[in-house]
Write a protein that binds this ligand. Structure first.
Ligand SMILES: Cc1ncc(COP(=O)(O)O)c(C=O)c1O
Length: 405
């Protein structure tokens, strides 16, 4: 009988919990940076599944890694380890500051592990008084209750009863606001090098270095949430590498799996030693399918050529956005780095990012918003120049539509 089922957008409202409001179209296939919907209509993908599809859709290296692993071994749980997980962990350790890796299934879970570890480390090393976590206004760290409470938008954590305590919020890019809150009771400061959901707001080098110094002064851990900025998205494997600042704990997800769910927490030997047997875990974390795909993602992305392509693509995006803006005057600036860019709407169009997003879809372009004032682009890192030009032609039509009402 399933063959007769009409799978359409109306079915979503019938059978799905209403916490999302998905677009009217239902995509059914993708290749590179192109996607097709049920009606065969084609879209250029500048959204990348919210900074996830780092190598576009159905990249041959990922299809190969997934299908090879799919015919070997799908799952064990952490009662046993597996080859893809160990290979991936070794690659992450070799490529970063980290000595140890913990695998999870999403960004929120990687952050949950990071925050629990920071608390545990401080408790065991300095005592129960050192439990405060400082994060930032507008930050986003996931939707589990701990991570959403650490995140900087109370609206997302309100309405679910008592919240996890000892979480303080400072102002991003304002070192004085951190100085005002940090003390020997601080166990960790958590930041995104570029705030993603908050509006593509890059942390300044001065701020990030200053936070590192304050953490050192107060024996607090610096946790960098690189869920959105990681795995080459900013033109380096991880964004911390731009600043000459090393975190104590780093979380990564999204681009790491290129579309297959995986998250990871990276840290040092000393800190990792506090997550002893039985203190934390996940049935699926380190799943062989996820790790096999992520290994292929790292192998493909972590090359000088791809890192250069990300920077070249950023220049193309910026040039096209400037060209469009010269004609229609809608943006005040383009923020971000690499393939994580935000076109900030000027005073005339402030609050209307969703209109641009919807108009883009009308013209065959998948874009994103980051709050109400920013149109966000987080495409495949290896999107071709041709796809960028075609996508921007469509975006220009969308801008024209909004401007002309
Ligand atoms: C910086 C950051 N951290 C954490 C998350 C949560 O990741 P996930 O949705 O995979 O749980 C996100 C998702 O947007 C993010 O941008």
């Amino acid at each position: 009988m399933t063959g007769q089922l009409q799978v359409n957008r109306a079915l979503f409202d019938e059978v799905m919990v209403p916490n999302y409001a998905p677009a009217g179209i239902i995509p059914v296939s993708g290749k590179g940076s192109r996607v097709w919907d049920q009606q065969g209509r084609e879209y250029v993908d500048f959204a990348g599944g919210i900074a996830v599809s780092s190598l576009g859709h159905c990249h041959p290296a990922l299809v190969n890694a997934l299908t090879q692993q799919a015919s070997k071994l799908w799952h064990l749980s952490n009662v046993m380890t597996n080859e893809p997980a160990l290979r991936l962990a070794k690659k992450l350790v070799d490529a970063t500051f980290a000595d140890k890796v913990y695998f999870a299934n999403s960004g929120a879970e990687a952050n949950e592990a990071a925050f629990k570890l920071a608390r545990r480390y401080a408790l065991e090393k300095f005592g129960a008084d050192k439990d405060q976590i400082i994060s930032f206004s507008k930050s986003f760290h996931g939707r589990t209750f701990f991570t959403v409470t650490v995140g900087g938008q109370a609206a997302y954590s309100d309405g679910f009863g008592p919240k996890p305590g000892a979480v303080l919020h400072a102002e991003f890019n304002n070192l004085d606001s951190v100085k005002a809150l940090i003390s020997d009771k601080t166990c960790a400061v958590v930041l995104e090098p570029i705030q993603g959901e908050g509006g593509i707001i890059p942390g300044t080098a001065e701020f990030i270095r200053g936070v590192r110094e304050l953490c050192d002064k107060h024996n607090a851990l610096l946790v960098m949430d690189e869920v959105q900025t990681g795995v080459g998205r900013t033109g380096k494997l991880y964004a911390y590498m731009h600043y000459g600042v090393t975190p104590d704990i780093l979380t990564t997800a999204k681009s790491l799996g290129g579309g297959f769910p995986i998250g990871a927490m990276l840290t040092t030997n000393d800190i990792a030693s506090h997550l002893k047997v039985g203190t934390h875990g996940s049935t699926y974390g380190g799943n062989p399918l996820a790790c096999a795909v992520a290994e292929a993602v790292i192998d493909t992305i972590n090359t000088p050529d791809v890192m250069q392509q990300v920077l070249d693509n950023e220049q193309l995006f910026r040039a096209e956005l400037e060209r469009i803006n010269a004609k229609y005057q809608v943006f005040s600036e383009v923020r971000g780095q690499g393939m994580l860019l935000g076109a900030v709407l000027n005073d005339t169009y402030k609050g209307r990012s969703r209109e641009f997003f919807l108009a883009a879809a009308d013209h065959g372009l998948m874009a994103l918003v980051a709050g109400t004032d920013v149109v966000r682009f987080a495409p495949s890192l290896v999107i071709t120049a041709d796809d960028i030009h075609q996508g921007m032609q469509r975006f220009e039509q969308a801008v024209k539509q909004v401007v002309n009402g």
